[in-house]
Design a protein around this ligand. Structure first.
Ligand SMILES: Cc1cc2nc3c(=O)[nH]c(=O)nc-3n(C[C@H](O)[C@H](O)[C@H](O)COP(=O)(O)OP(=O)(O)OC[C@H]3O[C@@H](n4cnc5c(N)ncnc54)[C@H](O)[C@@H]3O)c2cc1C
Length: 437
């Protein structure tokens, strides 16, 4: 069957009389990625999305296939290794989507700075090894203060000590979802948008065996049955789980809102994506990304309880981002009138999921002294003078010295989780785009 709105009615009719191997609720990157895998494995698959495909968080990200260099501050080598491995796979199968776009990391000598020039070089070297770019044209390098300012003359010069440049990639988040949706459909999966799951069905034993669906175009209701039902609704995960009367698991999501603002490129001139500490000593970092003739920047990270389908940008969000960007780019002087567009997305963050994040805060703050000890250990590890467990111990000790912190939104993990309730409902959610699930 072709993938066309003309076939939608027929696809729904067939779905209503088929028992699938796998039924996926939610057509963001997580659901689309699962569908690609199950369809390719020959499983009879159906995906139901209540809006358009990718209309949730998966079209509202920073649009980077970010390798997560920040993770290296706490030596989360696995997280970085996984991310760069996934990225390499996406590059192979969809070379038209991730584009190499080296990132500039200006380094400031100020309290709470994530990196010093010394530690950023160690982190970038380790990163290059993990990303397999050591010795290539994308290998990292350091810039002097003067070189950074030559590239980005609008940047704050005060306390600037130099910068690091390392390989990162830009993404087209919604397009990546659509490519996965199309691939799964081509492999035989039924992919239906504007189809909202409104109820969970069970067999006589109380085991989940399907869902009730409301067609958002006609308001008609129908049932779809499957052996396995997987909830990949991101920030909506708990809402969908609440539809399941036999789901005994406690709520697990803590959605946080992230806002981006867009200005004309002439207003904020950066030749390449730039990533820097907020300067507020809050452990957060902000991206400024040029695209075509515009520049966008973000994000915020605040708890969110409003309308999940339409998170909005508040004056507080704008004030927060303008303050940070105007402090880092004092020559830009961006005002409210310069903002041409904005978007807001909800991170599907999981409470109590330990780990570090990729653009917000971390598990707590390491003191500079602790971090230097880690850097030394990592250096020795890279020079094959130390074994990995020794480095891990150094990291653990440093972490133990971290003050128990109040868990602010930026400290909730971007890791993902797969849970199975007693009746068999699977829920897969997490805070970072699985570039390919
Ligand atoms: C501001 C921000 C910046 C980010 N930047 C990056 C980045 O640069 N790089 C990166 O890798 N990651 C980034 N992320 C993280 C990444 O975007 C998300 O982890 C990812 O998009 C989550 O995808 P998802 O499929 O789990 O959720 P979603 O994309 O939200 O998909 C869930 C889908 O489920 C649907 N749904 C909900 N309820 C129902 C129902 N009852 N029936 C049917 N369908 C339903 C929704 O309509 C939605 O389309 C960012 C996130 C945010 C918020």
């Amino acid at each position: 069957m072709t993938f066309s709105h003309k076939d939608r009615k027929q696809t729904i009719q067939e779905a209503a009389k088929t028992t699938y191997d796998v039924l996926i609720i939610g057509g963001g990157i997580t659901g689309a990625g699962v569908a690609v895998q199950t369809a390719a494995a020959g499983m009879k698959t159906v995906l139901l999305e209540m809006q358009d495909f990718a209309e949730g968080t998966s079209s509202r990200s920073t649009k980077l296939v970010h390798g997560g260099i920040r993770y290296l501050k706490t030596f989360d080598v696995e997280v970085v290794a996984d991310t760069v491995r996934e990225r390499a796979i996406v590059q192979q199968i969809a070379p038209h989507i991730p584009k190499p776009d080296p990132m500039l990391l200006p380094i400031y000598d100020e309290p709470g700075a994530t990196f010093s020039l010394f530690s950023v070089k160690v982190a970038m070297d380790l990163y290059d090894r993990l990303a397999n770019v050591t010795g290539s044209k994308y290998e990292n390098y350091l810039l002097t203060k003067e070189e950074v300012l030559e590239r980005e003359p609008q940047l704050q010069a005060e306390n600037l000590v130099g910068g690091g440049v390392y390989l990162d990639f830009r993404n087209n988040d919604a397009r990546l979802v659509i490519e996965n949706i199309k691939r799964a459909q081509a492999d035989g999966a039924a992919m239906i948008s504007k189809a909202k799951v409104v109820g969970i069905l069970h067999d006589e034993q109380g085991i989940i065996n399907g869902v009730e669906v409301e067609d958002q175009l006609t308001n008609e209701r129908f049932e779809v049955h499957a052996k396995v039902v997987i909830n990949t609704t991101g920030p909506w995960s708990d809402i969908v789980r609440q539809l399941d009367k036999n789901d005994e698991l406690p709520p697990q999501m803590r959605p946080t809102k992230g806002v981006h603002l867009v200005v004309d490129r002439e207003k904020l001139k950066v030749p390449q994506p730039t990533y820097f500490d907020t300067g507020k000593n809050d452990g957060r970092m902000v991206f400024v990304v040029p695209r075509e003739n515009k520049t966008y920047f973000g994000t915020t990270d605040t708890d969110y309880t409003g309308d999940f389908a339409h998170p909005t940008v508040t004056q507080e969000d704008v004030d927060y981002l303008l303050t940070i960007v105007n402090e880092r780019f004092p020559h830009a002087q961006i005002t409210l009138d310069d903002i041409e567009a904005s978007w807001a997305g909800l991170r599907p963050l999981i409470v109590n999921n330990g780990g570090s994040d990729y653009n917000g805060g971390g598990k707590g703050k390491l003191s500079d002294e602790s971090f230097e000890q880690i850097v030394e250990s990592v250096k020795e590890y890279l020079e094959d003078e130390r074994q990995r467990p020794v480095v891990e111990k150094a990291v653990k000790q440093a972490q133990e010295r971290v003050e128990a912190s109040k868990v602010d939104p930026s400290q909730v993990s971007r890791g993902s989780s797969l849970e199975r309730s007693k009746d068999g409902l699977l829920t897969l959610a997490g805070g970072k785009s699985p570039t390919i699930a």
